[in-house]
Design a protein around this ligand. Structure first.
Ligand SMILES: O=C(O)CCC(=O)C(=O)O
Ligand SMILES: [Fe+2]
Length: 216
């Protein structure tokens, strides 16, 4: 692994609405305050994600009930990211460049900054604003809307002087829900994750949606 592929970030994945990911259960069990915060946040942000997906989907001929029917409460999850101070910044990333698998990702970041988006071949810093949420289009939404709205490539620059915290809510369908698309062959989340894991193992990279294109 080269230095630029190291991720300088600690994270917890959990979804208290459902069950906490078993690998992290001990952390969640330790603090009732913590779990209730996560639960309150997830309960608030999930309907927001659904409304945004429905609004975006309206002009794209996506059936208005699609998200309600296929995104179950337990299919979405939250990832808490902590970016500790990094002596090697800016040589390593907080998070390596990636696109999210989700339909939508709703990110809350603190005041430190470090999130960057790829736009027209350039990395653009997202101005940190703790009063605002960042909404990213994910891979599954790109497939669903036949490439009208593209999944955004993003990365996080490692924190150099001040530790950074962010919270990402990934709005996802159930593992078996079909993602209908004209550009991509029918697939579901389970298949997509398996394919990505296989590609990362074999090539070191997530190949992503292009694996599922009908016409290459
Ligand atoms: O920390 C951030 O601002 C972004 C987090 C992110 O991209 C992720 O968790 O997938
Ligand atoms: Fe991300």
């Amino acid at each position: 692994m080269t230095i630029d592929m190291i991720t300088w970030c600690k994270f917890i994945i959990g979804n208290k609405i459902q069950n906490v990911h078993t690998r992290y259960a001990h952390i969640f069990e330790r603090s009732i305050f913590y779990t209730s915060c996560i639960e309150a946040y997830a309960t608030t942000v999930a309907p927001l994600a659904q409304s945004l997906a429905e609004i975006l989907g309206q002009k794209l001929n996506i059936n208005s009930s699609y998200f309600r029917e296929n995104c179950l409460v337990k299919s979405s999850y939250i990832r808490l990211n902590r970016y500790p101070l990094c002596p090697l910044s800016p040589k390593v990333y907080g998070l390596v460049p990636h696109s999210d698998t989700s339909f939508l990702t709703i990110v809350h970041q603190d005041q430190v900054g470090g999130l960057q988006l790829m736009k027209d071949g350039n990395w653009i810093a997202v101005k940190p604003n703790p009063q605002a949420l960042v909404v990213n289009i994910g891979d599954l939404f790109q497939a669903l809307n036949n490439d009208v709205y593209k999944s955004i490539k993003h990365r996080v620059v490692a924190a150099e002087k001040v530790e950074r915290i962010s919270t990402a809510f990934f709005y996802l369908p159930s593992e078996v829900a079909i993602i209908p698309s004209y550009h991509y062959r029918n697939f579901n989340l389970k298949e997509y994750i398996q394919q990505n894991e296989q590609d990362v193992k074999q090539t070191g990279n997530k190949v992503g949606l292009s694996r599922f294109l009908i016409y290459k």
